[in-house]
Design a protein around this ligand. Sequence first.
Ligand code: AMP
Ligand code: FE
Ligand code: FE
Ligand code: ZN
Length: 277
Amino acid sequence: MKNIDLHTHTTASDGSFAPAEVVKMAEAVGLTAVAITDHDTTAGVTEALAAGEELALEVVPGVELSVDHARLGSLHILGYWIQLGHPDLAGRLEDIRGGRGKRNEKILARLAELECPLKLEEVEQIAGGEVIGRPHLAQAMVQRGYVNSTQEAFDSYLARGKPAYMERERMNPDEAVDRIRRAGGVAVWAHPGLVGLDESELEKEVLALVSAGLCGIECYYTEHSPRTTELLLKLCRRHDLAPTGGSDFHGAAKPTVKLGVLQVPADLLEGLRARKP
Ligand code: AMP
Ligand code: FE
Ligand code: FE
Ligand code: ZN
């Protein structure tokens, strides 16, 4: 049985391996396709596509957007096969990355008040790419010895509700799905199982996203229980959506997630491809 992985991060956002390295690793563990889905950027896609061509491994260009849901807080939407540099998406991603910059300044100011000063330059060095996220701030805090692990940095400072948590500008779900669609992409709800909804609430949300243009659901996911996966597969059948799956591989930033472990049947890729506008 062949497997694919439609959710990975690289050094273009908060992953620890370069795009070409992720593709090489995907090939080495026997996957038949891998999607690069960095947070708020497609900067890693070109390098990954070139690496895929060299290895004859299909690389699916992607992106992962965090959206602000009025009731549910932050949800993540994946966009596949978006046209790189499409004006309806690329410019908005640039705004969103600008919003990260503003948030990071606020977090650094707050951390300084909490006696954990960090310099922006040291965080930029850890990030290495154009997207600086909380995992990079967490790594900088470990490096300085303020905390023993990145998880402790989240639990004590950076997670929502903790003293150094700051909001940033995010799209609403409809806008994100619509912009992915207009950029020629296919929108998928990432890891719905992490929101903690019951079946009827999940279904209600799926339907709301479908009316905005959602085409699929990430059913197979590292942190989904078999029961959650089954439930999401059922919702896909009931509402004619494409089931997908991905590990959310980040490398060292999420050391428990390894490439090639999650079983995502390779034939799901064709079902997703068929949804391209
Ligand atoms: P950001 O995009 O800067 O808001 O950071 C989001 C990333 O931080 C997510 O993709 C996770 O990898 C990580 N993250 C968020 N919340 C937590 C948490 N409570 N514990 C550990 N990692 C987290
Ligand atoms: Fe991440
Ligand atoms: Fe996510
Ligand atoms: Zn992700």
